[in-house]
Design a protein around this ligand. Structure first.
Ligand SMILES: [Zn+2]
Ligand SMILES: [Zn+2]
Length: 222
């Protein structure tokens, strides 16, 4: 487990999990001891151990989207934690179809438990003193969201944008035009200082991607 942020207000830790090296994160309010898992791709054990060592309680599971690499750990996670699963409803078809995704992608996914809470664009999720603004960013997946903590200048961006890259748009239910609009929305909303924690590869910042990301340049968003 790597610790990315450790301040008097917030802790962010994570590790790549599963066959696609999906970055699973834990984010916590260090003042109230309230924490959430972002994208339950695999066993919760290292995240629970990290939370216990830091005196944090995992009280929510926030899903950026419902691709198999991001949900394959939900059944195991809900078996250990009562934390509610949050997902945008537009990803319900992907969520319901995890075993077919698994067959297509070549790794098995136990059926995930029912979603507990729906995410919506513009919603603000409270986690202790932290406030995550939900940005609906479809394209890579219909119900893809970004979770932005404006005050702490950090965002969990799922598979929307990566270091020098962007998420795939060649999978079922992807939409390339929506993807371009969502990247435009991200670029128009997040300040340069915002640290981006993506679903794959290393963390980056909005400013770094604004000035270097070849896909944003190609789309005229750089
Ligand atoms: Zn994905
Ligand atoms: Zn992914």
């Amino acid at each position: 487990m790597k610790t990315f942020v450790d301040s008097p207000a917030v802790v962010v830790a994570g590790m790549p999990v599963g066959p696609f090296a999906m970055n699973q994160y834990l984010v916590g309010c260090t003042v109230t001891g309230t924490a959430a898992i972002i994208d339950a791709g695999a066993s919760p054990d290292p995240f629970i151990a990290f939370a216990e060592a830091r005196g944090l309680r995992i009280e929510a599971i926030f899903q950026t989207h419902a691709h198999i690499d991001h949900v394959a750990g939900l059944a195991a996670t809900r078996a250990r934690l009562a934390a509610p699963i949050h997902l945008h409803p537009a990803d319900a078809p992907l969520y319901a179809n995890c075993s077919a995704q698994g067959a297509m992608m070549g790794f098995p996914c136990p059926p995930p438990p029912p979603v507990d809470a729906s995410l919506a664009d513009g919603q603000v999720l409270a986690l202790g003193n932290l406030r995550f603004e939900v940005l609906h960013t479809p394209g890579h997946a219909p119900g893809h969201v970004v979770l932005w903590e404006r005050g702490q200048q950090l965002a969990f961006v799922g598979d929307l944008i990566f270091f020098d890259s962007i998420g795939r748009t060649d999978l079922p239910l992807c939409d390339g035009e929506q993807m371009e609009r969502s990247l435009g929305k991200l670029a128009a909303t997040l300040p340069d200082e915002t640290r981006l924690f993506p679903g794959h590869m290393q963390a980056t910042t909005m400013g770094r991607e604004r000035s270097h990301n070849p896909f944003l340049k190609m789309m005229g968003l750089a």
